[in-house]
Design a protein around this ligand. Structure first.
Ligand SMILES: [Zn+2]
Length: 267
């Protein structure tokens, strides 16, 4: 049983052959694909996809870049030009309270694409996403780039327990500390094939805090390809090799981690 806890199947890259991609993922052994929304358009597409495919588990969120669109120059590349962030947060809260969501995400803080003038606005939306997740006992799936420590501080301040750091690019020492002390989870992308930091995390994080993801269509295991959920099988193979586990054992452990974070309802 395989799982991809962070993917973007609503992306245009899948518009032609989405059904085939989902079938391939199921054939590869995936039993759960958590599709993450980013803004109003993809959030609604995530819900529609989940309604059509039992293997797809919906997560709704507001990507930090989309969250502060009103503060960015008019030529900044955004998926949705302008939208009412508070109305979207209300929509997410409503869907969560109706029991329709497997998680809140993706959301978080970005200091790579965005400057300091946006940090306060980013944090407001991030905190609101955290509050929605906690009010509904849902995991929160975190994007953070260059602001890892700040995201950790905010999560600790709010005493959040159900946390998955997606594609964590901060110091591996900080990841280790959060996994051991805060007991948060880390989902490792399929490009662990070519990324030393992710291999380190697969090797050293507590075995019960590791999850698999793809961030598809981004972060392919081989450069130039379109990434797909089926590629989590490759991450499992690396995990098994690094830990001296069989492939079956690695699959079973990561699946158990998924169930521990997301709950039986989404298994
Ligand atoms: Zn993502």
């Amino acid at each position: 049983m395989l799982v991809d806890v962070h993917t973007h199947l609503t992306h245009d890259a899948f518009s032609i052959d989405l059904d085939a991609v989902i079938k391939q993922a199921e054939a590869a052994g995936l039993r759960a694909i958590v599709v993450n929304g980013l803004e109003p358009k993809s959030n609604r597409e995530v819900l529609a996809l989940a309604a059509a495919h039992p293997v797809i588990k919906p997560a709704l969120g507001i990507y930090p870049v989309e969250a502060v669109g009103h503060l960015l120059p008019a030529d900044f590349a955004l998926t949705v030009k302008r939208f009412d962030v508070d109305a979207e947060l209300e929509f997410i809260a409503e869907q969560a309270s109706l029991g329709r969501l497997a998680a809140i995400g993706e959301c978080g803080l970005d200091g790579y694409w965005l400057g300091e003038e946006t940090f306060a606005a980013q944090e407001r939306v991030f905190v609101r996403c955290i509050q929605i997740a906690m009010a509904n006992d849902l995991p929160v799936i975190i994007h953070t780039r260059k602001l890892e420590q700040r995201a950790v501080d905010i999560l600790r301040e709010h005493r959040v327990t159900k946390v998955d750091f997606h594609c964590f690019g901060g110091k591996t020492k900080l990841a280790q500390e959060c996994a051991e002390r805060d007991r948060w989870w880390f989902s490792i992308p399929a490009n662990a094939t070519v990324n030393e930091a992710f291999r380190k995390m697969l090797q050293n994080l507590p075995g019960d805090r590791i999850l698999t993801e793809t961030d598809a269509p981004y972060l392919p295991p081989r450069k130039g390809e379109r990434n797909e959920p089926a590629n989590v099988a490759g991450t499992i193979a690396i995990l098994a090799q690094l830990r001296g586990w069989t492939d079956a054992e690695a699959r079973a452990r990561v699946w158990a981690n998924y169930v521990a974070l997301f709950g039986e309802k989404w298994a």
